[in-house]
Design a protein around this ligand. Structure first.
Ligand code: MN
Ligand code: MN
Length: 298
């Protein structure tokens, strides 16, 4: 079962900085083949289905625990897309005759405005829906770990390219954090493969061969040592990840440690109403009054 904490894993810049094209690009990190929905669902199904969990506990713990972290990553990517879409169309209450959405027609991902309420969608940067075809779970532990290593390499490629496609500070902050955490997962699956096969997979890193230290938004997290930490996303469980997550980091030799502390994180943006797409309603003030009455009566 899952517990939920109403925070993001990172602090995102809250300033309104609408950027329709960046929102479209960042969708690749959510619903793309190598996006966070894919890492989340691959590790989730692998943890559900692993046979011999009791005997393979360090591997089960690693996959299950990283799956929980990935759930927070889709939340962070969605928050980024939402931030980029805030204020992206002329804000207008009531006067639909003025065609406020004409200003965004043909820009970015039309589905953000025509289907969604200026919010993140489970689609890639082309607008194509994420699919369960992106989940690979052969049941063979070595093959699944090899797949996960490859998946994190592809995910890292996506983050680097989205970073290179926008100078928007919300998108770049997200990429910096996810490059750091995805780097942790790359190393984790490399270590898992090393314990299983004896092959020094960590020697293949970096893939792609660009250091996170060249990305200022990622270097900031590396300077804090966040690239060496495996967060344990459970009050009492998944304690055997430290059988795999240990030893030196392959890039800088710093010791890898498991921590019971959660990421410092940041607040969830409450989200400015966008009445031109009726989110949360055509007259958002009325809904806010109804909710205020509920809270007063409680
Ligand atoms: Mn991730
Ligand atoms: Mn990952």
């Amino acid at each position: 079962m899952y517990l939920r904490i109403d925070k993001l894993q990172l602090e995102l810049p809250m300033a309104e900085n609408p950027d329709i094209e960046a929102a479209k690009a960042v969708q690749e990190l959510l619903g793309g083949q190598f996006g966070e929905m894919s890492t989340l669902m691959n590790y989730t199904y692998q943890s559900f289905n692993m046979r011999g969990k009791d005997k393979l506990k360090p591997y089960y713990d690693l996959v299950a625990n990283i799956a929980a972290e990935e759930l927070g990553h889709i939340e962070a990517v969605a928050a980024t897309v939402n931030g980029l879409l805030t204020g992206a169309a002329p804000r207008q209450e009531g006067a639909a005759a003025d065609s406020p959405l004409e200003a965004v027609l043909g820009k970015g991902l039309s589905h953000h405005f025509l289907f969604g309420g200026q919010g993140a969608l489970p689609v890639d940067s082309r607008g194509i829906a994420w699919t369960g075809e992106n989940v690979f779970n052969s049941g063979d532990l070595v093959l699944d770990m090899l797949h996960n290593f490859f998946l994190e390499c592809g995910a890292r490629m996506g983050k680097l390219r989205v970073y290179q496609s926008t100078s928007n500070p919300i998108a770049r902050e997200l990429c910096g954090y996810l490059l750091t955490r995805g780097g942790v997962h790359q190393v984790a699956y490399a270590k898992a493969l090393e314990t299983l096969t004896g092959v020094e997979v960590g020697k293949m890193l970096n893939i792609p061969n660009i250091s996170n230290n060249e990305i200022p938004e990622a270097k900031k997290y590396h300077d804090q040592g966040i690239h060496t930490l495996m967060y344990r996303f459970s009050p009492d469980d998944y304690k055997d990840i430290d059988k795999i997550w240990k030893g030196p980091h392959p890039e800088d030799g710093k010791p890898l440690t498991v921590t019971d502390e959660l990421p410092k994180g940041g607040p969830i943006n409450p989200g400015t109403p966008e009445p031109q797409v009726y989110a949360p309603g055509y007259h958002p003030g009325e809904l806010a009054e109804i909710a205020a009455r509920l809270m007063k009566n409680a």
